[in-house]
Each structure stands twice: as C-alpha cells, then as structure tokens.
Design a protein around this ligand. Structure first.
Ligand code: DHB
Ligand code: FE
Length: 280
C-alpha cells in the first residue's frame, strides 16, 4: 500500500529561486538561508520519496480572476514552470503521478471535498522554489509531484480547520492506493510577510516560531487560528501558512520534528522550514 512517511513545510520565496538560478547561493546574504536546506537535501537523498503531494498556491500564473479554485489537484502527466514575467525558471518540468492523483481526487470528492481537477497547468514559484531549495539544482526532479493548489490569494481562503481536514482525507486516500509508494506531503508558503500596502515588510519572529513549535506534538490548537490572526500578526501574505495545516493534518495525531530552520531576511519574507515525522 502507499503510505505517507513524512511531512515537510517550507517558505516559497521567489527570490530563493532567482538566487539559485543566478548562482548567488554562496553570497553572504543568501548563505544562511540555504544553510538551512543542507540537512534536508541529504535526508531526501536517503529517504527517496516516490511521490510528493506538494501543497502550494498559484500567484496569478495559472489562475486569475476568471477562475479561483479553492482546492485544485493536478492530475496531468507533467507540469511546466510558469512564465511569471521574466520567462520560465530554468528548472525541469514537474512529472506528475496521474494514477495516484486521480485516485486521490476520486477519494477526496467521494469523501465530500469538492476538488477541482486540473489536467493542464503551469506551476509557479509556489511549487518550483520548494523543489529547488530542498533538492538543489538538478537536471530532473528525483520524485513525482502531485500539485495541490489552494486559493490564499483572493478572499476568502479556506479555514485552517478545513485545510487540516483535507489533509486527513488525503491520508485516507493515500492509504487506500494499492501500489507500494513512499509518499511525502509538503506544505509551502509563509512565514510572516506582507509585500504590499503600508505594513509592507512586516515580520513577526515570535509568532512564526510559536507556529513552528506548534507543528510538533498534537498541534490541535493550530486548526483554530482564525484568518484575522494570520492577517494581523503575520501580514497579508502570512495566510499562506494555512497550507502547512494540510500537510500537518495528513500526518495524524502527533508528530516529531527531524529538522527545523528559521531565518530573516530573505526578500520580504521570514523563511521557515520544518521536516516532520508522524508519531503513532
Ligand atoms: C515574496 C514572497 C512570497 O511568498 C511570494 O509568493 C511572493 C513574494 C517576497 O518575499 O518577495
Ligand atoms: Fe507566496
């Protein structure tokens, strides 16, 4: 049977991808950001996930005001890096896992999560930057990826509690797939950041670190954080962190942390990263 072995969360700051693509990772500004991913690159080389369910948000690259799916699952064979205005990033295409993705879509919809099924879409920094940060620059990605896009750009985003419940339903879906697959769930985005308006540049280290603390153990209180708290305490883009709760919900009752990293600054954003293991 397929099984979810681990969860991982990371910020998806676009400038991290640009720093890699332009060979700037050893510069003093970037070195401490990338140092936090060294452990993860070695760990991923050892644990070798077959498939990553990668929870991210599109930033008006594949979707715009014409269509705003709350939860969308990529069921296609492959997904190209999106052109976000400067041409597509020079990273490999993302190879999907249509059999598992369709199985998850069917299981989720029959489990009363009304997913949007997407067979064709380009994937932006929300998805490609976590792959780059965690795997490094490679000619092809070493795992299949099922993109799971969440609307956190246009009000209203889904609640943290709903995201957690979706994660639980994803775990049920994966557990009922007959092939023996090592599956990881990644949640991306955050941590505190606001990239527009009078509070642009807002960072809240204390709140972010409490959220990282909360990811470990039973984490139940994180489900109850209302949208207004993310907005007030972590800036307008901090709401991306509800996507971490899909990953956390998929890991079950309790977790322990294998690795944790937090660094400010990276562009306008507090970079947070955690690798989790379910505790049964
Ligand atoms: C920045 C961070 C993001 O998460 C994003 O999607 C876009 C920009 C930034 O820090 O500039
Ligand atoms: Fe973002």
């Amino acid at each position: 049977m397929a099984r979810i072995t681990n969860g991982l969360a990371t910020s998806h700051v676009p400038a991290i991808g640009v720093a890699m693509d332009l060979g700037k990772t050893d510069e003093p500004y970037w070195q401490p950001v990338f140092a936090g991913y060294d452990w993860t690159r070695q760990w991923l080389a050892q644990t070798k996930p077959d498939v990553i369910i990668l929870v991210y948000n599109d930033h008006a690259s594949a979707f715009d005001m014409k269509i705003i799916p709350t939860f969308a699952i990529g069921c296609g064979e492959r997904f190209k890096p999106a052109d976000e205005g400067w041409g597509p990033r020079p990273v490999p295409d993302v190879i999907g896992h249509p059999e598992l993705a369709w199985h998850i879509a069917q299981s989720l919809i029959l489990d009363e999560f009304d997913m949007t099924i997407i067979n064709e879409m380009d994937v932006d920094h929300g998805l490609t930057v976590p792959l780059s940060a965690c795997f490094g620059a490679l000619p092809e990605w070493p795992a299949k990826v099922i993109p799971l896009a969440v609307n956190v750009v246009t009000y209203p985003p889904p609640s943290g509690n709903r995201c957690w419940a979706l994660g639980e339903a994803i775990a049920r879906a994966v557990a009922s797939f007959p092939e023996d697959l090592n599956v990881q769930v990644w949640g991306t985005g955050g941590m505190s950041h606001q990239i527009q308006g009078p509070r642009a540049g807002l960072i809240n280290r204390e709140w972010d670190n409490r959220f990282l603390d909360g990811m470990v153990g039973d984490s139940d209180h994180l489900r109850r954080i209302p949208h207004i708290e993310y907005l007030r305490e972590t800036g307008s883009e901090g709401i991306e962190m509800v996507m971490w709760l899909i990953m956390r919900g998929a890991l079950g009752r309790a977790t322990r942390a294998l690795h944790r990293h937090y660094h400010v600054p990276a562009s306008n954003t507090a970079v947070g990263h955690i690798v989790l293991e379910p505790v049964t």
